[in-house]
Design a protein around this ligand. Sequence first.
Ligand code: SAM
Length: 292
Amino acid sequence: MTKDIATPVRTREILEKYGFSFKKSLGQNFLIDPNILKKIVSYADLTEESGAIEIGPGIGALTEQLAKSCKKVVAFEIDQRLLPILEDTLQEYPQVTILHQDILEADISTVMKKHFIEQKDVMVVANLPYYVTTPILMKLLHDQIPVRGFVVMMQKEVADRLAAEPGTKEYGSLSIAIQYYTVPEKVMIVPKSVFMPQPNVDSAVVRLTRREQPPVRVTDEEFFFTVTRTSFAQRRKTLLNNLTNGLPDGKIKKDEILAALDSVDIDPQRRGETLSIDEFANLANALHPIFK
Ligand code: SAM
């Protein structure tokens, strides 16, 4: 029986066979521990009927474990050099489709309609390229793709921000966006030693379960996210300062902003990081008529 792709021996063999050199600019740190991969897949709770979307299959280490655990896998890979390698390493798995595409450019919903015809239950499972972790997460969430959730590996420092509570230094507009769409859980810390080449930072696996309904009601989602981003633009400044500097014509509309803050009982001298998601929703709803 062939060894798992992720074993250090087989990974080295594959890399040597194809003379593959890692591109740091594409965040290429491959996992070389089959047990860690199996654990990541287990957090996705896949069944024989499920589908999985992978971002960045590399040489197929995680793809192989996904293929063994569900019915259909679609993986997006940006690096053309990996395509012939994947064709070779994944030849035993006809249920895998590799798409040569930048995930940030992909129309994931259309791809899902085409490839996941029978699968009602689809999870995104990935060891993300760290240089684009946040843009990828934001795209997956804002595109509202019809998946059950995400099990994704990222830098530990970013993972800490996803589930952060108000009043902590990790809490910011990313925490709010993630908690608006999903329930995040940090499920595993992963040491540098299980990657080839080893990254400079520690990693963590996060499970994000998509919410049926957001936890707060907002009049205009886009404006809600504009208000949260603006409120954290300069973390050491007050809410009033960030809102007047960051919202269009904010300085001219200072009195109206003050009245909106007063109407929802938020002290203008507070900092963005002290506001709960509820308070941000109230604030965005109160500011909405002034700016829209
Ligand atoms: N899944 C493999 C593993 O766990 O060993 C490789 C993970 S590696 C951290 C990230 C992968 O994402 C690389 O294969 C890289 O080429 C790919 N990648 C980088 N940027 C991408 C993008 N924008 N769209 C799709 N794939 C990308």
